[in-house]
Write a protein that binds this ligand. Structure first.
Ligand SMILES: *Cc1c(COP(=O)(O)O)cnc(C)c1O
Length: 234
């Protein structure tokens, strides 16, 4: 992982670049949040984000986040789950995370709503949609999004902030663009029908955030670009 000074420099460069990308797209320069992705990095990664005043960090595995959060109790950031959630981990996820971006089934909605109710909290969620129709990706099918949202909006202990997607891996930048535009259009359609604002569009990573911002992303999930290369999986 990079040093704090290097992280801070990268964050500032990214912030300026994001602001410029927003202007190019006729958007407010402050309309895209950077979510640092701390997965595989030590707890200090969350402190780096906190020291820069960033709101939250993203983790993709429940147990890793449980351990890291316990090891960094003073890091004043929120923790968001961006990776796939298995139903047997729903309860601990509801207790560990401040928001869950990867909700992609009615079963998860039921389990998370019940767990949040037991915890006496309202849990913010995003619905993960497989907007690129990628067999290798999690996320609800586009055709299931309407029903999933209706179920989610009826849950008393969940708050639906918006939608999330991951673009298929591809050498062709048009694939990511199509995926992001599809998610944006889906959001606009769902929001018009249900009157739920669905203000958050979580799309874009280190390799494709420019495309995502042009398509309307409000939250880019950035790991490598801020913290450096991740250690190879064990
Ligand atoms: C790891 C991860 C990211 C960040 O990836 P980088 O390419 O390192 O920026 C973003 N979103 C999800 C869902 C991830 O798992």
């Amino acid at each position: 992982m990079v040093t704090f000074d290097e992280f801070n420099l990268r964050r500032e460069q990214l912030r300026l670049e994001v602001a410029q990308l927003c202007r190019t797209s006729g958007r407010n320069p402050g309309s895209v949040e950077i979510l640092p992705v701390t997965k595989t990095h030590p707890p200090e990664a969350a402190f780096f984000a906190a020291r820069c005043g960033l709101r939250a960090v993203g983790e993709n595995r429940v147990q890793e986040a449980v351990d890291k959060r316990a090891a960094a109790p003073d890091a004043t950031v929120q923790w968001e789950l961006i990776g796939h959630l298995q139903s047997n981990k729903a309860k601990i996820a509801a207790a560990t995370f401040d928001r869950i971006q990867s909700v992609d089934s009615e079963k998860l909605l039921n389990l998370l709503d019940r767990a949040a109710g037991e915890l006496g909290k309202q849990l913010p969620v995003l619905l993960q949609i497989n907007a690129g129709n990628d067999p290798a990706k999690f996320g609800a099918d586009l055709s299931a999004a309407d029903k999933l949202l209706d179920v989610a909006l009826a849950k008393p202990h969940l708050r639906v902030d918006g939608l999330m997607t991951i673009a298929p891996l591809s050498d062709d930048p048009a694939v990511a663009e199509r995926t992001f535009v599809t998610l944006r259009q889906l959001r606009d359609d769902l929001s018009a029908r249900t009157k739920a604002p669905l203000a958050t569009l979580s799309m874009g990573m280190s390799g494709d955030y420019a495309t995502a911002i042009a398509a309307g992303s409000t939250l880019i999930r950035i790991g490598t670009r801020l913290y450096g290369e991740r250690p190879p999986a064990a």
